[in-house]
Design a protein around this ligand. Structure first.
Ligand code: CO
Ligand code: ZN
Length: 331
């Protein structure tokens, strides 16, 4: 399959922490406008891309936001303090480069610690290479945000980058929309604020009232040294979610996804995720309930600047999403 990985490279590098997804939305809008009938942004900032049809109304949800930091304080010497936006993991922070919304890059440092257990977020600071608060204020003000710096690299069949959670989902959705010949009513929603509690998906699902929904997001794996036991690994196919902390997948959706994958020889893995959730968690509870499922991309080091996934799983995800959108569902 001929996927546009150069485009994925651009997509991962766009600045887009929760609440500041506009640049990601602009990039996706520009690329998808030739492939859709209607394109709009709702009040929260979700980008909604419609392809009209006559069958079921299918919502495909992927989130544009990435985890980040919000600046809370600037001291006299120009050091910045911050609060997390989403599931930031402290061991991943120290020594990392992060980029502020206006482009300035700094390093995260840590105070002298008396005990290793003192490794708390409030012991960390961001050093943007200035000598005073006044100088710092040329580059940042309170409430502005920052994201990891993390180049996009192709390493054999693997991809390494920041923000693969969930630009890879956006990418899979975009590639599927380009390819699909579905005659259903399709609503591709590129959501905001997933990382701080699936907020964009909640309002979008309410407004759209879909007949069913499919989210595409990353999931964890159990294939690294002494990993928590989990039957998902890189390179063995797209994940079909069974359960996470936000949802139990409806049985009809699970059966439908697995039957189509089996029929077309698309490799898939059953995914049980013991932590976290996705946009489907919010969507399936919308109004009277929406039958919902998730296609998951197995990913190592999620929420780090160097998340890693495998192209073969991405290709399986695109293949399966295209097929699901075209096959009439028995729901
Ligand atoms: Co995430
Ligand atoms: Zn995600």
């Amino acid at each position: 399959m001929d996927l546009d990985y150069a485009m994925l490279g651009h997509l991962t590098q766009i600045f887009g922490p929760s609440g500041s997804e506009e640049r990601v939305a602009d990039f996706i809008s520009a690329l998808l406008s030739p492939y859709c009938d209607e394109l709009k942004t709702d009040i929260l900032g979700n980008l909604i891309v419609m392809r009209h049809g006559t069958g079921k109304k299918i919502m495909v949800a992927t989130h544009m936001d990435e985890i980040g930091l919000m600046i809370t304080h600037i001291d006299k010497q120009g050091f910045l303090r911050f609060t997390p936006l989403g599931g930031v993991r402290i061991p991943y922070l120290v020594g990392q480069r992060v980029q502020l919304s206006k482009g300035r890059i700094g390093t995260i440092g840590v105070e002298k610690l008396d005990k290793i257990g003192d490794y708390k977020l409030d012991k960390l600071y961001l050093d943007i290479g200035v000598a005073s608060r006044k100088e710092a204020e040329q580059f940042v003000c309170i409430g502005e945000t920052a994201v990891f710096v993390g180049n996009f690299i192709e390493s054999g069949s693997r991809i390494i980058s920041k923000a693969l959670d969930d630009r890879i989902g956006c990418f899979v959705a975009m590639e599927a929309l380009k390819r699909t010949k579905s005659t259903h009513e399709l609503a591709f929603v590129f959501t905001v604020q997933e990382e701080i509690g699936t907020r964009g998906a909640q309002t979008a699902a309410y407004a759209l009232e879909p007949d069913l929904a499919i989210a595409v997001d990353v999931t964890l794996t159990g294939d690294t040294p002494k990993a928590h036991p989990m039957s998902v690994e890189l390179g063995s196919g797209v994940g079909i979610k069974v359960l996470d902390h936000s949802m139990i997948t409806s049985p009809q959706i699970k059966r439908w996804m697995a039957a189509v994958a089996t029929d077309l020889n698309i490799p898939f893995q059953w995914e049980v995720l013991e932590y976290g959730g996705t946009d489907s968690g919010a969507i399936h509870l919308s109004r009277g309930g929406v039958p919902s499922g998730v296609l998951s991309i197995p990913t190592r080091y999620v929420h780090s600047p160097a998340e890693m996934l495998d192209k073969r799983d991405v290709e399986a995800a695109v293949d399966l999403l295209v097929a699901l959108l075209e096959r009439p569902t028995e729901l």
